[in-house]
Design a protein around this ligand. Structure first.
Ligand code: ZN
Length: 282
């Protein structure tokens, strides 16, 4: 089917008490793997690209690949701009046919974040496209953005932020970090529950690569409706490709591409089950 927006799938997730998995893709193989996993599990799915990925492959190219693969699928597929770094990039993504955008103003001060988030949310809303924003800083390194982990989202600020910007989903910082964890992450789950009490739009968890299944499930129970997975997909893809290329006789990109697809598909299916979105596209 044609690409769908994230609006309905996230509201359904919120009502149903599960989360939609949002998976970062870097190339055609990863797009295929994610959609095959969604198809097999009858799950709604979000595919997303960061600014550095877009710089590598361009918005138009990723949009064309994802739209072509989604057209063959029976499950709803949404294409989302992850960590949109500027108003301009968000506008370009909308123009290129992305069906969901994130504006990440979390590196700005509170008022600056509100200003840019409202600006993007207003234009997106006029086109019927949902807009995610981030308040507080998710730690670690995502793309070119490096943040510190001790700036968790304040519940009352979150309530005011949502009211003033009109964003339709909110990424919260509760102690997760981008990239892989070195130690065991300490999540402030009470804070998540407090945010949920005062914010009624779908909440988003970033930095889920390497979190335990129990932690992800607990966060979903406390109100997370979208969980982002990026780093571990890249790792699974590269590991499978590397292993295939150990055989020096392999020279066909299709050979190691297939290995990469299989590895990513398996991981995505496992993560979808943890999010509870399997079977939810039926
Ligand atoms: Zn993120």
């Amino acid at each position: 089917m044609p690409l769908v927006t994230s609006k309905e799938m996230l509201l359904k997730a919120q009502q149903g008490g599960y989360a939609v998995g949002a998976f970062n893709a870097e190339n055609m193989e990863m797009v295929k793997a994610i959609i095959q996993a969604a198809e097999e599990l009858k799950a709604p799915v979000m595919i997303q690209t960061t600014p550095s990925t877009i710089k590598y492959g361009t918005l138009e190219t990723y949009q064309a690949i994802v739209a072509a693969e989604a057209a063959k699928a029976s499950v709803p597929v949404c294409l989302h701009l992850d960590h949109g770094s500027s108003f301009d990039l968000a506008m370009k993504a909308l123009k290129a046919g992305y069906t969901s955008v994130m504006i990440d103003g979390s590196k700005l001060d509170y008022e600056g974040n509100i200003e840019v988030s409202k600006k993007v949310a207003d234009v997106a809303a006029s086109m019927g496209i949902p807009c995610e924003a981030e308040l507080g800083k998710v730690g670690g390194k995502e793309d070119d953005l490096v943040a510190v982990a001790d700036t968790n989202t304040d519940p009352q600020e979150a309530r005011e932020f949502v009211e003033r910007t009109g964003v339709t989903s909110l990424a919260v910082a509760i102690g997760t970090a981008h990239g892989f964890y070195v130690g065991t992450p300490v999540l402030d789950k009470e804070r998540l529950s407090e945010i949920r009490e005062v914010v009624d739009i779908p909440l988003v968890l970033h930095g889920a690569s390497g979190l335990s299944d129990e932690d992800v499930m607990d966060c979903v129970k406390r109100g997370i409706c979208k969980v982002n997975f990026a780093t571990e997909l890249r790792a699974a893809y590269s590991k499978a490709v590397r292993e295939t290329l150990e055989d020096e006789k392999v020279f066909d990109p299709k050979a190691y591409g297939k290995a990469g697809i299989a590895a990513v598909k398996e991981l995505v299916m496992a993560r979808m089950k943890v999010c509870g979105c399997d079977g939810k596209a039926e």
